[in-house]
Design a protein around this ligand. Structure first.
Ligand SMILES: [Zn+2]
Ligand SMILES: [Zn+2]
Ligand SMILES: [Zn+2]
Ligand SMILES: [Zn+2]
Length: 520
């Protein structure tokens, strides 16, 4: 099984979407599988992936989410690097006085000058000096900033000119206008809330970034509020026009050279002006990357929380499903697949946890018993509103995670009959030190379906029969519910400290391969 290939084993998330285990998370508090749609994504920090500089979010917004120092090649989107060249600066004797800079060597000091402290005064009058100049160059495609006509700079970073696009002023006025509209709407909403629920919350939200907090505090202190200017529509609506620029005359006469025409990717990387000619490509500021933290939408606990610093790839909280849920790997089928022909598949189970697991394979998913169903309907009725202090503050932040859980039915795509295993089996706990031990197979009584067992891994043989009516070249999908015991070290109830054991189950679907062509 190649690393790059999609996994044939998929787990059903609690929302009903099938995913390989490495794309799933496990909420220990719920305890359920969560996929990318079942979690809220929050931005933890902004950073530049090239220079690894950490940039606070306000500054990132101000810089339009671009790094100030790093540039991408407009040609191949590789990172540009600053190259230094030495440019000879020939100074004529009569110019030297006013052109001379403090860091320059004084070797070109003329003999006729009135200040002769340099010993080089005996040299010829025009001595070439060199000056370091920088240009941006792509090490991947050899594009340089000289191709765009950008003059070399005396400093390596910080001085590169931005290309202002044609519509920059228009963009700016639109941004300004909509910022004012948002501010006004927010103010009206706050004013409305204040009149509706007087003095219910003492402390204004600190997450507010529009400056309204300041006015609220001023009002609470009894100071007169600075009147926020009302946003007035000051933009002129865009008008469609039928007059377009004429095509250049030589477009019909000159042969087209595709090397001078930009590709779609190049145009998209420069969205403001989208140049058609290669000559108008301009170095683009590198866009910032983010570190995300993920939060369960149901219980609002963090599932993933990365370390803050960009150079660290570690996590403070990492509830990946592959660290908590037994991993199923498809090894092989014993025979080639044919419809209606009995077959067996070898599956490897791995226990990633520090506790023994008892696994039972159920051919049908356990019917949602009364308790979870009731819970599900309760969740559907009541929107999961935010944490208690937010509610107490009377401020409903329009957070993304106030969505309700929508349960999809897992569309049962299984098209093979599975022979149930005679019994359940135990997966031993993960013990990293055991990997290095000389393993001695203890003569234990094992169920017949277990092929081998080593450490926390078990290979089992599962018999199945693809459905009778399957046409050739159809993927055979085995579906079963894997029930496993999970020892939870965190508890929702504070008075209970000892770990609790749950019997959880997840539905697993395995794509065993395509049925072979029938020979007839
Ligand atoms: Zn999901
Ligand atoms: Zn950077
Ligand atoms: Zn390049
Ligand atoms: Zn949760």
């Amino acid at each position: 099984m190649s690393f790059m290939q999609p996994s044939p084993v998929k787990y059903a998330c609690s929302c009903g979407i099938l995913n390989p285990i490495n794309k799933l998370f496990f909420c220990r508090h719920c305890p359920k599988l969560r996929c990318g749609y079942c979690v809220t994504h929050e931005i933890e920090s902004h950073f530049c992936s090239n220079c690894l500089e950490n940039i606070p979010s306000t500054e990132a917004r101000h810089k339009k989410n671009c790094c100030a120092n790093c540039f991408d090649c407009p040609c191949c989107q590789h990172t540009l690097s600053a190259r230094a060249t030495t440019v000879p600066v020939v100074r004529k004797s009569e110019e030297s006085k006013d052109a001379k800079k403090p860091e320059d060597e004084s070797g070109d000091s003329p003999a006729a000058a009135s200040t002769p402290p340099t010993p080089a005064s005996s040299k010829p009058s025009a001595v070439p000096t060199t000056k370091k100049m920088y240009y941006l160059s792509c090490l991947s495609c050899r594009w340089t900033s000289r191709d765009a006509g950008i003059p070399d700079q005396g400093v390596a970073t910080g001085t590169w000119p931005d290309n202002e696009c044609l519509y920059q002023a228009r963009f700016n006025s639109l941004v300004e206008y909509f910022q004012a509209v948002v501010l006004q709407e927010k103010q009206e909403k706050m004013e409305f809330m204040r009149r509706k629920t007087p003095k219910q919350h003492k402390f204004p939200s600190l997450t507010d970034r529009t400056g309204l907090t300041v006015s609220l505090i001023r009002r609470q202190m009894g100071w007169n509020d600075k009147t926020i200017p009302k946003a007035k529509a000051v933009i002129t609506p865009a008008e469609a026009t039928a007059e377009v620029e004429e095509l250049p005359a030589d477009i019909f006469t000159e042969p087209l050279n595709l090397r001078n025409v930009t590709t779609i990717a190049q145009r998209h990387s420069q969205p403001a002006d989208q140049p058609t000619a290669v000559s108008s490509l301009y170095p683009q500021r590198r866009t910032l990357w983010i570190k995300r933290s993920l939060r369960c939408r149901q219980c609002e606990h963090n599932l993933i929380k990365p370390e803050y610093h960009p150079t660290s790839i570690k996590y403070r909280i990492q509830l990946f499903a592959s660290c908590h849920v037994p991993e199923v790997v498809m090894v092989r089928c014993e025979q080639s697949l044919a419809s209606g022909k009995s077959n067996a598949i070898l599956l490897k189970f791995t226990n990633p946890t520090m506790y023994d697991m008892t696994i039972r394979l159920l051919t049908t998913a356990p019917t949602e018993d009364a308790e979870p169903a009731a819970e599900g309907s309760r969740i559907k009725e009541e929107p999961v509103s935010s944490s208690p202090h937010l509610r107490a503050a009377g401020i409903t932040l329009s957070r993304q995670n106030s969505t309700r859980e929508v349960k999809r039915e897992v569309t049962d795509v299984s098209n093979a009959e599975i022979v149930p295993l005679e019994s359940e089996f135990v997966l031993s706990q993960r013990d990293d030190s055991k990997e290095f031990d000389e393993y001695v197979q203890l003569p234990t009584e094992e169920p017949k379906f277990i092929v081998w067992r080593k450490g926390n891994k078990v290979l089992i043989r599962l018999q199945f029969t693809p459905a009778e009516e399957l046409p050739a070249n159809t993927d055979v999908v085995l579906g079963f519910a894997m029930q496993y015991t999970y020892v939870n070290t965190v508890t929702n109830a504070p008075e209970k400290k000892e770990p609790t054991t749950h019997a959880l189950y997840s539905r697993v679907f395995i794509n065993a391969g395509a049925t072979e062509q029938k020979a007839n």
